[in-house]
Design a protein around this ligand. Sequence first.
Ligand code: FES
Length: 276
Amino acid sequence: MTVQSAVLRALRKPRGTAAQGFGQTSRRDSWAIYPVVQAIVFTVCASYLTFSGVLWGPLFGPQYVQVDGYLSPLFSPLLVFPDMPTWLSPGLLILWIPIGFRATCYYYRKAYYRFYFADPPGCAVGEPTVHRRFALENALPFILQNLHRYLLYLAFIPLTFLWLDILPAFNIVPDADVADPRLRISAIGLLFLLNVILLTGYSLSCHSLRHLVGGRIDCFSCTRARRVRYTLWQRLTDLNRNHMWWAWSSLVTVTLADVYARLLLAGVVPDLAIHF
Ligand code: FES
């Protein structure tokens, strides 16, 4: 056996301690319910968001979703330039960041490895033996999951713009073409606000951010800077405990926010707003 093949063999997935064979387990609970429900919610939301943000504009128009000061979160920041080809959605120019951020998220990896790849289907549940032939995250394409930390840095760019979008949504800084520039509280504005709060919680509860703030320190109390980092790390740890909840709730609200903006743009629903 060559050194190279020995290394590759060592990188293969170990046998593990769960029962061998797909679905084999001694668990008595309804363990399959969670992956099935999660697969449905994730597939519906991810498919819709990809279609709406990347394909809808080029296929049916308009290029992006903005109506009466409300900009769909899928197109924020709005990147349009003169002579932009009609096949190119402005959403595509920015969505690669949140899509990449979510696709490489530690929590989502656990979830979609389970419901898409049965890897494993659940805790203490056997997986297909074919998995042992692959190096998984030690080789392409899944080694790209290591980009998560860098996507975290980038994710704060669209997040900042989503907070800025709250200003025109409430007419605190009205858009030039808004029908009624008085201050307003609207259903879609509140949905936008809830969405950006949940997205912020999702980003701040990231495992990578927690490690970035509090990791690689031997002594938390040795210097003032380290004590500050420790305090921050404790706050992020509180958020991190519910990272799964932030992940699912923000995925649903970003989907609903785009659906609502599209319905508003199409005139299907009215703008439920109170003006002051
Ligand atoms: Fe989920 Fe970083 S681990 S966003």
